[in-house]
Every structure is written in C-alpha cells, then in structure tokens.
Design a protein. Structure first.
Length: 364
C-alpha cells in the first residue's frame, strides 16, 4: 500500500484547471477556437522562435542552473541588481517555492475568494491555512485584504494586479499604500502576470530591495511563451537567495531560457502584441454587446463578459460554447461567476466566436 505524508494524504486528488486537451479528449475533437487559458495566440517574437530553433540542437545540455544570461538581462530591463531576480518554471512554479519557503503548516495566508486558484493549491499543499475575502466591485479589495491580514496574523497576502479572472486593476499608488499598512512579518505577493498589458499608472513604484513585497512576472502572457514555462520574481536579495535552498536547480529548460532572452530583447514585437490584444479586447466586447453581454474593463489579454444572469446560466453558456468547438472559461465563485472569460486572439478565432456565441445562446 502506498503511504503518503500526512499533509498530501489529507488533500483531494485535483488540479486547479482542467486543460483544453483534456476536454478535447472527452469530446473527441479539437477546439476550433482556443480562448480559455489566457494564452497569447498572437505568438512569440519571431526572434525568439529563431533563437529557440537554433538552440534545439544543443538540447542535450542541461539549462544553466543560474539562468545567468536571462537574469542579467532582466535586471537591466527593470533597472535592478541581478540579486533581485530569480528565474523559475513560470509564476506557478515560483509561487509553490515561495509558499514552501515562507509558510509553516497551519500558518494563515490571505487571498481573495475567486482569485488565482493555483496559489491556493500550493498553500494547502504545504499545509498552510487559506483565509479569503470577497471581491468588491469585480476587483480584489486591498483594504479588506489588509484588514483580514491584521485579524489573522497572515504570513502572506496575495494580490494580482491586473487581476485574473476579472481583468480589473488598481493604480500603483494603491499598491504602494498597502505596503505601509501591512502587518509586521507579512509579505505581499504581488502577481503581475499581465503587467505588460496594463496602463503605466497601474505599475507601482516599489524599490526592488523592499522586504515587504515580492513581485511575480512571466513570459507566458505578453511574450507569448506559455508552453516554455519561464517566469521570474523581483524581490529583496535575502528572499531571492533563499529560493536556492528549495528550487529545482535544473528545472529551467535550456531552449526556454534562450527563447526568453531573445523575446525580452524584441521590444517592437512586444509593442505589436500589446496593440493586437487591445484591438481584440474591443472586438470581444463588441461581439458580446451584440448579444446583451457586457464587457468589464480589462487591463489583461482577456475579457470578462457579464451575462447579467447567475453562475448556473454562465456555466451552461460555457458548456454550450464548448459544444460549438470554442474553449472558454468562467470565474468559479459568485458573484464573479455570472461572467464568462474569453481570451484575446487573432481575428480568425474571434470570427469563430462571433458565429458560435449566438448559436450557443439559442440553446439555453
């Protein structure tokens, strides 16, 4: 008989997200439009693709355990020191390492009810206790997060800015103000996966050495490299150095490291993608409006469409679109779950959405 350690033995066998490939296997056919995972269908920089293609012949080599070249480039890009940067297997991987480093079994972590579930997965997986506050006006509520953190003595407070799944955002000044109100020994985990799509005013001015916060960034969204699994964190050098105690030192793919470096250097492609995403947000909003679905303001590469109904209706709509060959997702907690969430994509996929949405609605 397999004997598990006490913490995992008490957890359900689950994953935070059901992948589109799983749904395709269940339905027996591929999706015509893949609009549910907030991937960047506009693709990575051609320079990154070329760099990765050139690197494939040397894939027999391990990746550089220090991700030296990429770390140096990221430090220069953000105007910080290299010891403020840790590279890892996407934000998801770094969140798991952070929880392992900072949360002892039974310690409390505060987040928002309906926020990014992978973070919650890591907290429970390492024995932490989750305490959640509701969204306010379809956005995470910094004041409620701080109040709860003070009440429970939270070890971590998680906030995504811009937010997933609603696309909302706070001005950087709000985030800066949170730091001065954090309880002693509480760390703010600031998930900035969608920062490249956000208005400049949403990005806080925080010193990289500030020990009260760690900021998470990724190449999965604006840089179009979700399958490469490259993320990084910006933080105080003492916390960044601590990742070496627990991380998988050969976890980074060599080809991915090289591709991310090339992507970072191609500013023109990034600007092109950001413009394409903005146009796609407008088109998704227009498609929804034709059928009385209202787009919430978004600073991400997806749009939450308000169905003006309840979560049960939104779930039926998601399922009906899946039956039409369109993969989308929806928030999991009321009242957010009255919405459906649609990822930005090139026009051919949005053409499919425009045809499928009225057909799906007609079945409900």
């Amino acid at each position: 008989m397999i004997r598990l350690a006490p913490i995992p033995a008490g957890l359900p066998a689950t994953v935070p997200f059901v992948g589109p490939e799983t749904l395709e296997r269940q339905t027996g056919r591929p999706f015509a439009a893949r609009l549910g995972a907030n991937e960047n269908g506009f693709g990575p920089s051609p320079r990154a693709v070329a760099a990765m293609q050139a690197a494939v012949g040397e894939v027999w080599k391990y990746g550089d355990p220090a991700s030296h070249d990429l770390t140096q480039a990221l430090a220069a890009h953000h105007g910080v020191r290299s010891d403020n940067i840790i590279v890892g297997e996407g934000i998801d991987g770094l969140l798991g390492l952070l929880v392992r480093l900072t949360v002892a079994p039974g310690e409390v972590v505060v987040t928002s009810d309906g926020a990014y579930p992978t973070f919650n997965f890591h907290v429970t997986g390492f024995g932490g206790s989750l305490d959640k506050v509701p969204y306010r006006n379809d956005a995470e509520d910094p004041h409620a997060l701080l109040d709860r953190a003070r009440q429970v003595g939270a070890r971590l407070v998680y906030l995504a800015n811009p937010d997933n799944p609603m696309g909302s955002w706070h001005d950087g000044a709000v985030i800066e103000g949170m730091l001065d109100q954090l309880p002693e020994n509480t760390l703010l985990v600031l998930d900035e996966a969608y920062a490249e799509f956000a208005p400049a005013r949403a990005i806080p001015a925080i010193a990289a050495d500030d020990p009260r916060v760690i900021r998470m960034r990724t190449f999965s969204k604006a840089y179009g490299m979700a399958g490469a699994r490259v993320g990084y964190a910006i933080g105080n050098p003492d916390l960044i150095a601590a990742f070496d105690r627990v991380r998988n030192h050969f976890g980074m793919n060599r080809v991915s490291q090289i591709g991310a470096l090339a992507a970072l250097q191609d500013r023109d492609w990034l600007a092109h993608v950001v413009a394409q995403v903005a146009a796609a947000r407008d088109r998704i909003a227009a498609i929804g409006a034709e059928h009385q679905l209202t787009a919430l303001p978004s600073a991400t590469n997806f749009v939450a469409l308000d169905t003006h109904r309840d979560g049960a209706f939104a779930r039926r709509l998601v399922d009906a679109l899946v039956a039409q060959g369109v993969f989308i997702r929806m928030p999991g907690v009321a009242p957010l779950n009255r919405c459906i969430r649609i990822s930005c994509a090139p026009d051919p996929e949005l053409d499919i959405l425009a045809r499928a949405l009225p057909r799906a609605l007609s079945t409900l």
